[in-house]
Design a binder for this molecule. Sequence first.
Ligand code: NAP
Length: 277
Amino acid sequence: MSLPKIPLAAVIGSPIAHSKSPQIHGHWLSTLGIQGAYIPMDVAPEDLEQVLRTLPKMGFVGANITIPHKEAVMEMVDVITDRAALIGAVNTLTFRADGKIMADNTDGYGFIENLRAGAPSWVPADGPAAVLGAGGAARAVIASLLDAGVPEILLSNRTRVRADRLKSVFGGRVTVYDWVKAGNMLDHAALVVNTTSLGMIGKPALRVPLDGLRPSMVVTDLVYAPLKTKLLETAEEAGCTTVDGLGMLLHQAVPGFERWFGTRPQVDRATRAAALR
Ligand code: NAP
């Protein structure tokens, strides 16, 4: 009698010790009673391709990909989903039974699911979204907001050329503001998203003027350390609906877990607690 194979998954980056993904997936595996394992792997860029080709032979069914491999890995896979191609980065790999490696990006999905869960009354068509920052995370956020039906993206970034580049990728529904005028975006926005690293522990504060915040607005921050950033604190004081960034991290993990281990996990209080442990 042959025993069933135990499915394995990994998060691959360098460094990787800070990753919360092993806690999240480990929590789901144990609470769902699934025999499987999810481990962190510190892999150098020059070793990545060889590692990816070896993992399926060792029983791995997939992997999350994080810094610094999210873009480079696109050259090493066989199939790329449309949304990963549009975002230009990958965070979830599936090692298919036919030997092919499929690459996806679930960051935008995680962002929208977190927003819908934390601000159930938010209606994308209600008005423009003001997006601060034009890095990798901003690409996923903008792609998912446009896909959800937000009529316009107001975008501002310290380095304007990066924002202009995103406008050229996403087209006419993106309006770029100079960084010194970022506060003006709030006059027209229904949703405000911080995708910069400003406000994170150890990083400078976000100094964009926030006097344009109104109670009807939804404000969310991708930064989740601290959980309640200064932006969210100010927004709460202004009467806005606020959504913290931890939920995005939890929701982006759902599609990978389901594909690899065959069960769709729930994002609930216990999942949040597991990620914060
Ligand atoms: P990234 O590609 O390095 O982009 C960083 C962004 O922050 C850029 O827009 C950059 O502007 C801006 N920035 C950095 N320092 C600044 C400063 N001193 N003044 C003004 N702007 C500054 O990083 P990323 O991958 O997009 O990640 C951005 C943040 O989102 C990080 O804090 C990350 O942890 C968080 N994140 C959270 C989740 C989640 O699941 N919650 C997922 C992804 C990312 P310039 O272009 O001018 O440098």
